[in-house]
Ligand binder design. Structure first.
Ligand SMILES: [Zn+2]
Length: 399
């Protein structure tokens, strides 16, 4: 028996996490010799949580690994694509298309949705925090609130959404970087004295790790910030305020006060980092108050999922969509400049942007061909760069 309540790679690959009704469907189709019928299925979202105007597609690499070895063709928007659930006329936009004998992939609907829905929700929330923080430092602190088996996925999605670093070892491995962090209250408590703890950190931790001291353990943030600036002098890179919301009062005022007192004593280069229950609104407000770095946790790791659904929309080459969905295999064309999507039947050629008249590009690109991954899966850093490039062309709220 496994130690933890998680599925292994092998169980996920053989669809052991699927819903029972797909097992029964497969059984019936096989008995009736209908399992070899070829279909095309769209993956679409009917809307986005919290009235978000756009989402960030994440989980595509895992989809490629899921469908590898299964005799189907998969087309997908590239990982990190900022998509709107509907095109400019209000037609639902597929972010992914699966084509093949239905019996070959019927069982995979459950795991394929799970891989895209959660990672995309996290990446979207992370991108929104990135937009709210402008260029300031963002660190992912949220994996402690989620099942540890998911930490690589959560930290990767958060990084792809535009965060600068992640706190967990497993997340850092997933993004191909080093983990980033400061010090916990436990360190101060165990050393019994703030100054002793900061000095011990400075003495023992590798020199290339920036000295960012936690300054709200026993005294007021302002007092402790001055204490650590005097104790570490020029080696102090920053102070972190992790005040729990119950004691915060006006947190922006505390940030401003600490900034003033540090500046007054010649510590203008000491950056103020804040953490503890932050979200896209508080990051924006605290950034305006002078905070230069943020540790954001649960609001991102526990982001709402994007509820993608998979629907068969073509059977044996004929449109067959259920009510509420539109039929036939499709392509999504996008104008990068206007961030407009145009839904077209698959075989239609290039269309011009309805807004600027400029060139558009097809977004659903081959990912898997007859069970073989046919595209180079980009590195997390390149996916993050792609997200950041698009983020400049979208707004946080619906216009
Ligand atoms: Zn355009």
């Amino acid at each position: 028996m496994p130690l933890f309540h998680t599925s292994s790679d092998e169980e996920i690959k053989r669809a052991a996490t699927t819903d029972i009704y797909f097992i029964r469907t497969e059984e019936i189709l096989k008995a009736k010799k209908l399992d070899k019928i070829s279909v095309v299925a769209d993956v679409t979202a009917s809307g986005l949580p919290n009235n978000w105007p756009w989402g960030v597609l994440c989980g595509v690499e895992e989809e490629a690994k899921l469908f590898e070895g299964i005799p189907v063709d998969v087309y997908s928007m590239p990982e990190g694509t900022i998509f709107t659930p509907e095109d400019f006329r209000g037609f639902r936009v597929p972010v992914m298309v699966i084509e093949g004998a239905y019996g070959a992939f019927c069982l995979y609907e459950t795991p394929m949705l799970g891989l895209a829905c959660q990672a995309s929700g996290v990446a979207t929330q992370a991108a929104r925090v990135r937009k709210a923080a402008d260029e300031k430092m963002l660190l992912s602190f949220g994996i402690r609130r989620m099942h540890p088996a998911l930490s690589p996925m959560l930290d990767r999605a958060t990084y792809i959404g535009g965060f600068d670093g992640v706190s967990s070892l497993s997340g850092a491995k997933a993004i191909g970087g080093d983990p980033t962090g400061t010090m916990p209250h436990a360190l101060i408590i165990m050393l019994g004295d703030q100054v002793k703890a900061w000095k011990a950190f400075d003495q023992i931790v590798e020199k290339n790790v920036p000295r960012v001291a936690l300054v709200d353990t026993y005294f007021d943030e302002k007092i402790e910030a001055i204490m650590v600036a005097k104790a570490l002098g020029k080696r102090l890179a920053g102070v972190r305020l992790d005040t729990p919301s119950s004691r915060k009062g006006n947190f922006a005022e505390i940030v401003k006060e600490v900034r003033w007192e540090l500046d007054l004593r010649g510590f203008k280069n000491v950056k103020i980092f804040v953490s503890g229950g932050l979200n896209e609104e508080t990051v924006k407000a605290l950034s305006a108050a002078g905070a230069e770095g943020f540790g954001v946790g649960t609001s991102v790791s526990n982001a709402p999922t994007i509820d993608f659904a998979m629907d068969i929309i073509e059977k044996q080459g004929k449109p067959c969509a259920k009510r509420g969905k539109i039929g036939g295999k499709k392509q999504v064309w996008r104008c990068e400049k206007c961030m407009i999507e145009i839904l077209q039947p698959f075989r239609k050629n290039h269309v011009s942007c309805p807004k600027c008249g400029g060139k558009t590009f097809p977004m659903l690109l081959p990912l898997v061909k007859n069970g073989r991954i046919v595209t180079k899966l980009p590195k997390p850093k390149d996916i993050r760069d792609y997200v950041l490039r698009q983020l400049g062309n979208v707004q946080l709220e619906k216009c």
